[in-house]
Design a protein around this ligand. Structure first.
Ligand SMILES: Nc1ncnc2c1ncn2[C@@H]1O[C@H](COP(=O)(O)OP(=O)(O)OP(=O)(O)O)[C@@H](O)[C@H]1O
Length: 348
């Protein structure tokens, strides 16, 4: 649901030059994931033979689901951001029916898959991923970007086991507060559910949920058969009602409670020292933040990748021949809605 948003122009974020691409530059190999508006494909460049991921969004579906602004935000944010732990966008284009975003292919799959396979992560493993996520969030917040969709599905693992945060569909620039209700139910901060104004601290709340999920296997208020209303009630009642698994690390508990603090003005990450409080928390005491940022810490899990373009870490999706329809001539009623996606495709 879109509310009135206090907007700062996205132009505030400095754009860097992007490449010009067209569909005929690539050979579509397989589907890596599906989303609300289309698919993400593994593709191979005909020119340099490298593998990339292309996210395809059907314009009509984006418009019908009132996501024009979020989609344009996603492009602007990803173009503006360059960080070791955030997915790299090489360029974008559109044809009559679809938008295309050319990204690095991140071969290690979703953190979600690794977590479900492992049931839960040992403390040092959860700490490694949480610390890399904290650095990425801090970088985004420094650019006045709120990410708003932190969850294990959106954290991908690179070949070397380090994280790459993907899916900037809900990211937006915001220096003050905003109030759009978006994100994933289990990861929503109470003020988002309460439709109050909120700020970057919703990402720190979500980090608390993520740490809990990594250490216990499921998000704090998760109940398989619960409806969203029951879930929202629990989130609103606050972290005092979390049922903690036995033998939960007390320092982790302390940090989670501080991140999941219901009152944003008392929440870690949103206090006077900002992210500094999170970095300095005792649960993270053995983290060498500089070496971590430089990717000098060896990751706890190395994805088994047999070679370039190995996508075996991703679930198999039925290939519905969607790619055959890409680039076809068609009416283009939404041509003006996505002005920064260039028309470069061969048929348009
Ligand atoms: N660069 C990438 N490399 C490898 N896989 C990727 C990449 N980008 C996305 N994926 C895969 O595709 C899935 C869907 O991507 P993404 O979340 O960006 O799409 P979406 O349409 O926004 O999805 P949703 O509607 O669920 O939010 C990811 O969870 C991931 O498995």
């Amino acid at each position: 649901m879109d509310g009135i948003e206090q907007q700062t122009p996205v132009e505030r974020v400095i754009k860097r030059p992007k490449g010009t691409y067209r569909l005929s530059d690539f050979i579509v190999q397989r589907t890596l994931g599906t989303g609300s508006f289309g698919r993400v494909h593994l593709v191979r460049s005909k020119h340099n033979l490298r593998f990339y991921a292309i996210k395809v969004l059907n314009k009509e579906r984006v418009v019908k689901m009132k996501q024009i602004e979020h989609t344009n935000n996603e492009q602007h944010m990803l173009e503006a951001v360059q960080h070791a732990f955030i997915i790299n966008l090489w360029g974008t284009f559109q044809d009559a029916s679809n938008l295309y975003m050319v990204m690095d292919f991140v071969p290690g799959g979703e953190l979600f898959t690794l977590l479900r396979r492992s049931n839960r992560f040992p403390d040092p493993v959860a700490k490694f991923y949480a610390a890399e996520v904290a650095l990425a969030l801090n970088h985004l917040h420094g650019l006045d970007i709120i990410y708003r969709d932190l969850k294990p599905e959106n954290i991908l693992l690179n070949q070397d086991g380090h994280i790459k945060i993907a899916d900037f569909g809900f990211a937006k620039t915001c220096t003050t507060t905003t109030w759009t209700l978006c994100g994933t139910p289990d990861y929503l901060a109470p003020e988002v559910i309460g439709q109050q104004r909120y700020n970057k601290s919703v990402d720190w709340y979500a980090l608390g949920v993520l740490i809990f999920e990594m250490l216990s296997g499921l998000p704090p208020f998760h109940q398989p058969d619960a409806n969203p209303v029951m879930l929202y009630e629990k989130i609103t009642r606050g972290p005092a009602f979390i049922k903690w698994p036995a033998a939960f690390n007390p320092l982790a508990t302390d940090l989670i409670l501080k991140l999941m603090e219901s009152d944003p003005s008392k929440r870690y990450g949103n206090l006077r020292h900002g992210a500094g409080d999170v970095f300095a928390h005792q649960w993270f005491r053995e983290v060498d933040w500089e070496r971590l940022a430089a990717r000098e810490i060896t990751a706890p899990y190395l994805p088994k990748i047999s070679g370039d373009g190995d996508a075996s870490a991703f679930d198999k999706y039925p290939e519905d021949n969607a790619a055959a329809a890409y680039g076809q001539l068609a009416l283009d009623p939404y041509g003006n809605s996505f002005p920064d996606f260039d028309y470069t495709s061969d048929t348009s």
